[in-house]
Ligand binder design. Structure first.
Ligand code: F6R
Length: 637
């Protein structure tokens, strides 16, 4: 049965600090948090039902609320929650936008919620992206008046954009703004680019409820998941109220809760630098985090930090525990120093007490899992090269086909080559016809998807051959969850996990490398990581797993913090070039890829910068000066 009342404070991690101006609760996972938010909504619906009143909900779209809607649907189908008394108002819609377009918020809401519950169609209100431009202003006034006529919103669910928008109230929005049309910020359009298959297809305008409309809600819950939201969450919760970050206006609302996962909360002062706000238990990881932070703040290497530096920056309790700055500095310096190794597979015949990897067995069996066919070389090309060079038995497993990231033009080129070589091929002819007549919203035919997958396979094999891996060690797993032909993927299924278990059981690896990106909790990398974690859980009891160590690398988007790094593999300038060439084999992903994210640089440029930056950070902490470093964190299962 649905729980009576939700106590977010008890369920998550909650401690108010003098820095924070909005009540917020942190959960280990967005899944766990979403279930509680759905329960709160269900409670309001039921309370209103008992009073025989309509329950007026303000709803959001985007990736953030998806799990809340999933749970509401479950509560409806499995626990009898009825939506018969529910009236909904959605925050926004692109403009212009046809409701049947798969990118419309109308489509999204029906796909995720309305088609699966017993809400009356006439009680669903979503701004109409097809309204005539001349009627738009009156339409918005009417939308606003309709909410008022229902007595206002009982509950408003929000996500937050990286611009600080709520709804589509972009920076500059007025605190008292009502429903209106708005021009979307460039960053917002960039963030939407992947679902529209390119920024050029993202509408420039939208209709949105105003800040005033949202603030009149009796209760507001804002969801924030993933590292990409961490900065804006901090600015919103700790910053001054300003139209530059419209979400800060929520500081004036007295019944708002921000529900966050660990990554989204990671920039909050109480999370990032807890020693500044309260007395802390100094774990080994926290000590290193604090000393690295202090070193960055004071721009001094570890070995030059003084007692005064520690005392002036809220870390005197650490000094008390450790004795003097001198002892602590040396201890932390050694700790970082011990992460550096040119022998990622372990150094043969060496004392490995303080090395990141074991010396034996000398030749290890290794699986490098790569979510897309290119993350292996982008994220760990240098380490990959060393592992092969040092004689380990390296197997690559590309988890997904990566087919949707191949452009139509690229696919057409190959289909035309295939037709030229193979004159009677009806398959090539079909593909060419399909691609030439493809409309913006069309999902690729199976043949086209197959061709796009083959293009990525050939590129991958070219790159692995360049790094001297035998073809027989290259595996394409084509995990089924990915094969929807669209940006939206299926949930992880039994078949995916079985494929992961099978390859681990077959190779019995001593080392596994995998992408540990948590940048986007709904992205492919996260699902691929979850598939590995689940496989590890299932195989854990097998004896060969006792010898298996797992190392997580991070993709093109985000690097480990220096205090998190447990293995740092330096690269020579020549190796940096070799890595660059390996990345170049992935030609379909060069020159303006389809899923660029918010960084317009090509992957090889981004990753070179990132590897150089990691090396610079090590150097700034007082360690040796390398050209580039690839970084890994061990995962214990
Ligand atoms: C959507 C909306 C937006 C999103 C925000 C975050 O209806 O109003 O404010 O909540 O852009 O989007 P996601 O959740 O996709 O990160």
């Amino acid at each position: 049965m649905i729980k009576e009342s939700i106590n977010f404070k008890e369920a998550g991690k909650f401690e108010e600090t003098r820095f924070e101006k909005i009540h917020n609760v942190i959960f280990d996972s967005s899944q766990e948090a979403s279930v509680l938010v759905a329960q709160e909504i269900a409670n309001i619906i039921q309370r209103k039902e008992e009073l025989n009143e309509p329950c007026v909900l303000g709803l959001a779209t985007g990736s953030s609320p998806i799990k809340v809607y999933e749970e509401l649907v479950r509560l409806h189908t499995e626990e009898g929650l009825s939506f018969a008394n529910v009236v909904t108002f959605n925050l926004d819609e692109y403009y212009p936008m046809d409701k049947n377009n798969i990118q419309s918020y109308w489509y999204f809401m029906h796909q995720h919620l309305f088609d699966h519950v017993d809400i009356l169609p006439q009680n669903v209100n979503i701004p109409d992206g097809n309204v005539n431009i001349e009627e738009l202003q009156q339409y918005c006034i009417d939308y606003e008046m309709k909410i008022k006529a229902y007595g206002g919103l009982d509950f408003q669910l929000l996500g937050i954009g990286r611009t600080g928008h709520i709804g589509f109230n972009e920076p500059g929005s007025h605190v008292n703004s009502g429903t209106r049309s708005i021009t979307l910020d460039h960053l917002t359009r960039q963030d939407a680019a992947s679902s529209f298959l390119g920024i050029d297809n993202v509408p420039r305008k939208a209709i949105t409820m105003g800040i005033g409309t949202v603030k009149n809600a009796k209760r507001i819950v804002l969801l924030g998941w993933g590292i990409s939201k961490a900065e804006i969450i901090k600015d919103t919760i700790e910053g001054e109220i300003s139209s530059r970050v419209p979400a800060t206006y929520l500081q004036q609302h007295n019944n708002t809760t921000f529900v966050l996962d660990t990554e989204a909360s990671s920039e909050l002062t109480r999370v990032k630098t807890p020693w500044l706000v309260k007395s802390v238990i100094w774990t080994e990881e926290l000590k290193l985090k604090a000393v690295a932070w202090l070193s960055e703040l004071t721009k001094k290497p570890f070995l030059k930090l003084t007692d005064k530096d520690y005392n002036d920056n809220g870390m005197s309790s650490l000094l008390t525990e450790e004795g003097t700055a001198y002892d602590l500095n040396i201890k932390m310096f050694n700790k970082m120093q011990q992460t550096i190794t040119g022998w990622p597979g372990g150094k043969p015949n060496a004392d490995d007490t303080y090395r990141p990897e074991r010396a034996t067995p000398e030749k290890k069996r290794i699986i490098i899992f790569s979510p897309h066919p290119d993350d292996d070389v982008i994220s760990m090309g240098g380490t990959f090269d060393r592992l092969v060079e040092q004689g380990h038995d390296v197997h690559i497993a590309y988890q997904t086909s990566g087919n949707i990231a191949v452009s139509n033009e690229e696919a057409l080129k190959f289909a035309e080559i295939s037709r030229a070589l193979n004159k009677n091929s009806s398959e090539s002819e079909n593909i060419i016809n399909f691609l030439k007549n493809k409309k913006a919203n069309d999902i690729d035919s199976l043949e086209v998807r197959k061709l796009k997958g083959v293009i990525r396979r050939s590129e991958s094999v070219a790159a692995t051959r360049y790094l001297d891996v035998p073809d027989s060690n290259v595996n394409f797993l084509d995990l089924p969850f990915y094969e929807t032909g669209t940006v939206k993927k299926n949930n992880l299924g039994e078949a995916d996990i079985q494929i992961m278990c099978d390859i681990i059981e077959r190779i019995k690896p001593h080392q596994i490398y995998a992408a540990g990106d948590l940048a986007d909790p709904h992205g492919t990398h996260k699902v691929c990581l979850d598939s590995l974690f689940e496989a590890l859980k299932r195989l854990k009891h097998k004896s060969f797993m006792d010898d298996c160590w797992v190392w997580l690398y991070r993709g093109a988007w985000h690097e480990w913090e220096s205090y998190q790094i447990e293995m740092a593999v330096p690269m020579s300038p020549d190796q940096v070039l070799k890595k660059r060439h390996a990345i170049f084999y992935h030609q379909s992903q060069k020159d303006g890829v389809m899923f660029q994210g918010d960084d317009s640089r090509e992957f090889w440029v981004r990753v070179e910068d990132r590897n150089r930056l990691t090396a610079e950070k090590y150097h700034a902490l007082g360690l040796a000066d390398y050209s580039a470093i690839e970084a890994f964190k061990r995962y214990f299962f």
